[in-house]
Design a protein around this ligand. Structure first.
Ligand code: ZN
Length: 282
């Protein structure tokens, strides 16, 4: 990689045979996702996908927390997408109102998540600390999740006056009833509970997280790549046959209804009182 933003925000390590290790590298901001970081991450995934020597991709994060979600402090968010070469076809990122916002989120949120979810090689998320809202959108597209004991998962979008995060996989990740509870309460799911309900594959001590994740990656990397691809596509097809994209498209439309409502009522795409509301709840 020659572009600076690749090395600044996302590290790429293919020094181990058959394994690409991608590391979010914005620990001072708790790996909050701005436009630059997401394009850097997408480029890293593409690099691993296009390298025929890579069988398995690990996504990890520097620092005490995996990701605090989308960077709500990013100011020029329309322009920051518009200046890129898009991976999708929605476009219109500079358009006013809902059109530009939806275009942006089609491109860098749902669009990227779908690309990563459908990347035909096994992917493993290595997760520690807090995974908040948009943080789930980096973890859930991966095929397997290894979490440290201190990992916590929360989608607090409803508390922000929004309809869940943009990649709406909640019913499959949490189960129907737990999805409602966690969304309605902005509740936190512990690593142990996440394993119990099947959202994560393994929970390990924090000090062993990388070692245990890479052991799992090495086991998978020894398998024939084409068979891995076929197995992944088959399991994903089972989920898609359950109407996943119908649910995704419906929820994303309602998500943008909530953004438009917030702009009309509050002048911002999320309710600015959400921090106070969460503080009162605590
Ligand atoms: Zn949104």
């Amino acid at each position: 990689m020659t572009d600076m933003w690749h090395t600044d925000l996302v590290r790429y390590d293919d020094s181990r045979p058959r394994i690409a290790r991608i590391v979010l590298n914005r620990p001072d901001a708790r790996n909050a996702q701005n436009t630059d970081l997401l394009y850097a991450l997408n480029a890293a995934f593409d690099r691993a996908a296009h390298d025929d020597d890579i069988h398995v991709i690990v996504l990890a994060a520097e620092g005490p927390h995996f990701s605090s979600g989308h960077d709500l402090r990013e100011v020029d968010w329309r322009e920051n997408v518009a200046k890129r070469t898009p991976v999708g076809t929605w476009a219109g990122y500079r358009s006013p109102g809902a059109e530009g916002l939806m275009g942006r989120e089609e491109e860098i949120y749902v669009g990227f998540c779908e690309r990563w979810r459908n990347l035909p090689k096994p992917t493993i998320a290595e997760v520690q600390g807090k995974v908040i809202a948009g943080g789930l959108m980096l973890v859930w597209p991966c095929d397997l999740i290894v979490a440290s004991e201190d990992a916590e998962f929360v989608d607090n979008a409803v508390a922000m006056g929004a309809n869940a995060v943009e990649f709406f996989n909640h019913p499959w990740e949490f189960g129907i009833r737990k999805a409602k509870e966690l969304l309605f309460t902005a509740g936190t799911l512990t690593a142990a509970d996440a394993k119990r309900i099947g959202m994560v594959n393994r929970v390990v001590p924090r000090a062993e997280l990388t070692e245990r994740t890479m052991e799992l990656a090495e086991t998978i990397a020894a398998m024939p790549l084409f068979a891995l691809k076929l197995a992944k596509l088959s399991v994903n097809s089972a989920q898609d046959a359950q109407g996943r994209m119908v649910v995704q498209n419906t929820a994303f439309g309602l998500h943008h209804l909530s953004h438009s409502h917030n702009v009309q009522v509050h002048g911002e795409i999320v309710d600015p009182d959400f921090v106070a509301r969460l503080t009162r709840r605590a």
